[in-house]
Design a protein around this ligand. Sequence first.
Ligand code: ZN
Length: 509
Amino acid sequence: LKALSAYQQLAERHARLSRLGYFHQLSEWDQRTHMPPAGAATKARAHSELASLLHGLATDPGLDDLLARTRDEALDDWQRANVQEIQRRRALSRELPAALVSRHQIAVGTCNAAWMPARRSNDWPAFAATLAPVVAVLREEALCQGEALGVSRYDALLQRWERGTTTARLRRLFAQVSGWLPEMVQHALARQRDEVVLVPTGPFPVAEQAALCQRIMFALGLDPASARLDVSPHPFVTSGSPQDVRLTNRYDEAALMPALRSLVHEAGHGSYRQGSPAEWAEQPLGEPASAAMDEGQALFFERHIGMRPAFSTWLAPQLGQAFGDQPAFDAENLARLALRVRPGKLRTAADELTYPAHVILRFEIERALIDGEIEVADIPAWWDEHMRRLLGIDTRGDFRDGPLQDMHWPDGGFGYFPSYLLGAMTAAQLAASAERDLGSLDGHIAQGDFAPITGWLGNQVWSQASRFEPDELLQRCTGSTLDPEFLRRHLAQRYLGRAPSTTPKAVNP
Ligand SMILES: [Zn+2]
């Protein structure tokens, strides 16, 4: 029998990490869907134990020898890219002391458990006391990794979500958006001032909402044998493999449309997982190309499928069937409702035009926090100042719909928020290319025939998983690297009814 090559041994080592990581993910999913609240401390300790074990495997010195030996082996492009990604991750995990890895899990577990009750009672001080240790741990991690990479603390954390991205690049990209967005918001608000829009009136029983959401997610292409839908306070997707894709959603008896919008978004994440190559499921290369590419798929579904008038045409009769007819279920009304611009406090409820402001606000705050320019106690004041400046909204005293609204910080997910705006740019760029290749998507969507669109995304993006860096992947399927001009054109067309040609084409960052 031939001895295993260094590559095969390396891949097997990573498969072990991935299999143990599966239980880590499953337990995260359990915490947010089924676990009784008092179970949090036990779960945090179990996570800490598992994280230490995973860290030990990821930093085993034997890996260096295997990595070195793969250099002399004949590998195909996928295998070579897989080795590079294993090496990149190894270099990052090696910088983290084992004690810090356990502290991370305990701090995050405690803060997570405190988050929901604090949010319910608008209790910022109670939450802040548990967030401070999370920030302290993340700063230490960022310092260790940043020193090794020769980058700032926040830039080090960005590497967890967007390979190669820097604060400077984000500032450049976001500055372009901030340059044209405020005026566009004002124009859109003026255009919509006299528009009559009916909001569907409930109650909408939760069980019926969930059943409808499940029908929609399967209609969008998720496979009932491999995907399921549960309830959690903050919608998300977790996936152990392309055959095990778990979506969650939240429901409000009084409002129907937010749940439908979240569902379509999460279905985009789920489809990316389901469409990734099964044979790479236990390797880094089988994962999404980046958090922005992942959000890009979700936002493609949400904005370039779900928010089109054609989708309302398809949806309207189903709403009548599920909840009884009402004038608000008229397809044209639903289409207007989907595109209604209203500056508000909540990111997840934000319309497409004011959404970037919510991301830029979080980016500015978390960067300053991780780089040590501000402390946890400063967050509410910064929040209020940015909300006033960007959206003209006073948030004083409202922590619940202020800095307590997201689960990213209690989760330790600093550096993730920028991915939403990069994702919006990615989605607009992919949608422009999909229309170039397929013609208008509207006819398919109005018929509920999503297969041509998901087929296109599957070929171009999902099946490629992490084979290419995000910019190279975009270059291959759209002809250019990430370019915010696509987002501007899309928004101008949708909200101003035209694509203004006065703005010069943005220079590629
Ligand atoms: Zn998302």
